[in-house]
Ligand binder design. Structure first.
Ligand code: 1CP
Length: 339
């Protein structure tokens, strides 16, 4: 029995299953040590032995209900010929693109991402029977922002300018990313992923009609096409910072779960989203970092607000690097009623 998978498939367990976005990564000393052994982050992600080890590290230490594949949302554009470099203290860097033609039209990308499939197979073989394996990809809009801006950006102004002034040209880029993402996630499912999540981290940068066209519609397209191939596959979507538009994702029928960021009132999510799908979230990562009473109060009030329906406990965004290991362990025990 896998509680997280069963919950997405319709069960309502007494305590919510728990996993944390960015549960693998720099707050773990064993991750920092492993990371030093790779020449750069891309090679680390494409090394199945190392990536499988990074996936398993938080499970060994804390026993979360879900293991998220160790990879990155930017491996897809990288494999499509837009090479990414992860620079210390800067983040990901690309040569900015201005046309969908910048992406390679060949099938070579499949070979480039094949090591990610091998990582999934290794993790699958090593995971405890009760742990759900979560595959993932970036949502087309969020991936597009990195390509158009050339990296991380605060306001995504270039991407929005392109989308608003040349919507048809921008749609071609989104469409190409939809097609590739479907096949990339199918590869992860074939290798053993139980569930997949789409990260739309920058969906909240769009105006409401833009959310509908460039975040919701492409995410629904990816999920629908995946479920044509795998009718039982649960797809979770995380449209960060979209506010009440989160309801569109929940009522679309395409997703088994919707992840909510910390700004969404859990009570609102219980009333508006939970009748349609599982709600995943939404403890503020900085509350986890703070620990103590703030952590206990906040985690319990989220759990209480969402306990009438199906809930997967998670953060509202990723674990921050200077989070204490004790706080993560305490959160897992707290949610399971062990403290
Ligand atoms: O080791 C290092 O120093 C690199 C830090 C790091 C890690 C641990 C990056 C660079 N990516 C990852 C792994 C990763 N990324 C995972 C698997 C591990 C896990 O979740 O436990 C996942 C699911 C992601 C997803 C990801 N990458 C997102 C979506 C989630 C989110 O945080 O919003 C995004 C936006 C990225 C892009 C990315 N990767 C890395 C950086 C520094 C960035 C840019 C982030 C930004 O623009 O703020």
């Amino acid at each position: 029995m896998k509680p997280l998978l069963s919950c997405l498939n319709g069960d309502k367990p007494n305590t919510p299953p728990i996993w944390l976005m960015r549960q693998a990564g720099r707050y773990l000393p064993e991750y920092r040590q492993l990371r030093q052994q790779a020449p750069n982050f891309v090679e680390f992600c494409f090394n199945p032995e190392m990536a499988a080890e990074a996936t398993l590290q938080p499970i060994r230490r804390f026993g979360m209900d879900g293991a998220i594949l160790f990879a990155d949302i930017l491996l897809i554009p990288h494999a499509l010929g837009c090479r990414v470099r992860f620079m210390e203290g800067v983040g990901p860097v690309f040569e900015p693109i201005t046309s969908a033609d910048a992406l390679s039209q060949t099938e070579e990308w499949r070979e480039i991402v094949a090591p990610v499939g091998e990582t999934v197979r290794r993790v699958r073989a090593a995971l405890p029977a009760e742990t759900t394996l979560i595959g993932f990809a970036g949502a087309p809009w969020t991936v597009a922002t990195y390509l158009v801006e050339g990296g991380t950006s605060r306001d995504h102004a270039k991407t929005r300018a392109w989308a608003f002034s040349d919507p048809v040209g921008f749609d071609a880029l989104i469409q190409r990313l939809v097609d590739t993402t479907v096949d990339y996630l199918a590869m992860q499912v074939d290798a053993g992923a139980d569930v997949v999540q789409l990260f739309d981290s920058w969906a909240g940068a769009l105006p409401a009609d833009g959310i509908e066209r460039w975040s919701l519609a492409p995410c629904v397209a990816v999920a629908t096409r995946l479920r044509e191939r795998y009718p039982q596959l649960p797809v979770i979507v995380f449209p960060r910072a979209v506010g009440p538009a989160a309801a569109w994702y929940a009522t679309s029928g395409a997703f088994a779960g919707v992840g909510i960021d910390s700004s969404i009132p859990p009570q609102w999510a219980a009333e508006t989203l939970q009748p349609h799908c599982v709600v995943q979230g939404n403890l503020d990562p900085l509350v986890l970092r703070a620990g103590g009473e703030a952590l206990q109060n906040s985690a319990q009030s989220i759990q209480r607000a969402l306990q009438g329906g199906r809930h997967i406990f998670n953060l509202g965004h990723g674990v921050v690097p200077d989070t204490s290991l004790e706080h993560v362990g305490e959160l897992v025990r707290l949610i399971r009623g062990e403290v």
